[in-house]
Design a protein around this ligand. Sequence first.
Ligand code: ADP
Length: 268
Amino acid sequence: MDKVITLKNISYQYHTTDTKPALNNISLSIEAGEWVAIIGHNGSGKSTLAKTINGLIAPNQGEVTVGGLILSEQNIWEIRKLVGMVFQNPDNQFVGSTVQDDVAFGLENQGIPRDEMIDRVIDAIERVKMTEFIEKEPARLSGGQKQRVAIAGVVALRPAIIILDEATSMLDPQGRQEVLTTVKAIKEKANLTVISITHDIDEAANANRIMVIKDGELIQEGTPEEIFMSGEKLIEMGLDLPFPEKLKLSLKERGIDVPANYLTEEGM
Ligand code: ADP
């Protein structure tokens, strides 16, 4: 498979006076079509990492390659087009007064012919299953619906990569499910690469791979099973996480025990 993102020895400091870098010598690569979950404590550097991948910040050190392009001042806009971002707060992401205006907004300065623009907007709204709300005011939608509209705005730009930066964290369980199902369906159809920064352990357990960030460093990566079966190490890292339900069921079916350090008094 092709690598769609490669970071080589990335370091970043917000201010020269900071005693600790926000990112410290991170190297990683992500394959096209992969779903990677990034987990770690608040302030560990996850959002900074996302901003590095879409060129919002330029690392002080190291090399970022996205879609075969080495990030530089010359191609920053090309890279931003490849990477769509969906953020945490659904209410901060709207600019249009109707769903369709909102989805069209990002396309407006791209020099795309009007007919194609309309096609892309309609297609993106269909993909997030919001066609019946096309004339509605985004403010009147539920949290999950708002995030689906935000995703449509990103999908209309036809990115190769979508980064969900805690995009489900303000939603109720139903909204969260709606958003994840929507992204999964789009991903499969369009061979999108998805990076989800998340505190939701079941969301992380559904990824192809999990990366654990601590104090600006990538301290562990592997499949959800590899990450959670090494529970002792996670707890050593200060990541006191519950064992994902889905993984528990899949292990049970295969007659494998949940690591003892995850067992609670009630038993699991
Ligand atoms: P996370 O997404 O894991 O919560 P961040 O990437 O937001 O972590 O933050 C990593 C570190 O960088 C933290 O120490 C945070 O205080 C610092 N930081 C984040 N954004 C800024 C900023 N705009 N200016 C200065 N420092 C920042």
